[in-house]
Write a protein that binds this ligand. Structure first.
Ligand SMILES: Nc1ncnc2c1ncn2[C@@H]1O[C@H](COP(=O)(O)OP(=O)(O)OP(=O)(O)O)[C@@H](O)[C@H]1O
Ligand SMILES: [Mg+2]
Length: 329
């Protein structure tokens, strides 16, 4: 069975803004599926429909075997949600927050206590569990939000920007927790993120969406390969050698990249590197340095959306500050 199957899922706001446009996604059980896209692409709207927070304008989705428009209560029981905004109550402790949420789901108290303890342990929050959430750092709050979404042992977990605004180190830590959760608890995870290295690291498959439509779907490796643009950086012992590389085999493009150095673009470095090395030895050139660079998901994003994800970071920081402010009020 598929964990999620959307069928022409559509959301139109205010009669004209097509936030999600006949979206068709299929997500397998047990996979971590990434949704990437620029600000306003429709990621949160898609998630909000799948978790039955808002109703689709047309189309539908089957989540864990249930139709989101007809069986929303069944869907809710099966899923866990970690929303883009903070939801934990700052005036309660971490544990109290978890126990409160467990009551919404009618988890028996003893069972909830047990799950709570093991989840706190999983994300190393045991020591802070009985402190007020307002004393938590940003990373601790995100970890708490992550496990609050798991208190009723859902089969499918939605993570909307789980590391937004966290520093690089805390973000990498979160990745380990997410992997741990996926493998130990065997949940299907749907993840949105602006950090493409996060999607690259975590997601088995990813869809890049823009204007509510899927632009491309595949494994991170497939998407990177689809660009057909590996770069071979070569530094030779003299400029004559570097110049000669302009006639190297398989080179799509050769540009000077410094003293005695060239940047050679090829479709696949795996295939072209041996030929280029032969070429170098045939011409009795000597190499000082050789590196191979494969495209990143950021470049894939730029290729398909025409925008750089880097341009959006200012927006992320602004949102994060707003979330923090809202959470403190
Ligand atoms: N409640 C709403 N009413 C009207 N328009 C909305 C509403 N929520 C979202 N939109 C609009 O729908 C579009 C998609 O928004 P959405 O929040 O789903 O994007 P997103 O991909 O999650 O963006 P971000 O990366 O900024 O989180 C945007 O144009 C947004 O302004
Ligand atoms: Mg969003």
């Amino acid at each position: 069975m598929k964990a999620i199957e959307t069928k022409n899922l559509t959301k139109i706001y205010g009669g004209h803004l097509k936030a999600v446009d006949a979206l068709n996604l299929t997500i397998d059980e047990g996979e971590i599926y990434g949704l990437a896209g620029p600000n306003g692409a429709g990621k949160t709207t898609t998630i909000n429909m799948l978790v039955t927070r808002i109703t689709p304008t047309s189309g539908t989705a089957i989540v864990g075997g249930f139709d989101i428009t007809k069986n929303s209560i069944d869907v809710r029981r099966l899923i866990g949600v970690v929303p883009q905004d903070f939801t934990a109550d700052e005036d309660l402790t971490g544990r109290e927050n978890m126990m409160m949420v467990s009551q919404f789901y009618d988890v028996p108290k003893a069972k909830a206590q047990e799950t709570c303890n093991s989840l706190l342990k999983l994300v190393n929050l045991e020591e802070a569990a009985d402190r007020l959430v307002r004393t938590y750092s940003g990373g601790m709050r995100k970890r708490l939000e992550l496990i609050i979404g798991l208190i009723h042992e859902p089969k499918i977990l939605f993570l909307d920007e789980p590391t937004l605004g966290l520093d690089v180190q805390t973000r990498t830590q979160m990745w380990n927790y997410v992997k741990e959760i996926q493998s130990r608890l065997n949940v299907t995870i749907i993840l949105t993120s602006h950090y493409l290295e996060e999607i690259d690291e975590l997601a088995g498959r990813v869809s890049i969406i823009d204007h509510g439509k899927v632009l491309i779907t595949g494994t991170p490796a497939e998407l990177k390969e689809s660009l057909k643009g590996d770069i071979i950086n070569l530094t030779l012992s003299d400029q004559k050698g570097a110049d000669l590389m302009k006639t190297a085999p398989d080179a799509l493009e050769v540009t000077d990249s410094g003293p005695n150095a060239v940047r050679i673009k090829v479709i696949s470095a795996d295939e072209s590197l041996p030929k280029i090395i032969n070429f170098i030895s045939q011409h009795e050139l000597s190499t000082v340095k050789l590196t191979v660079q494969k495209p990143t998901l950021d470049e894939v994003f730029l290729e398909y959306t025409g925008r750089s994800i880097r341009d959006e970071e200012g927006e992320d920081t602004r949102k994060m500050a707003m979330n923090m402010r809202r959470a403190r009020q």
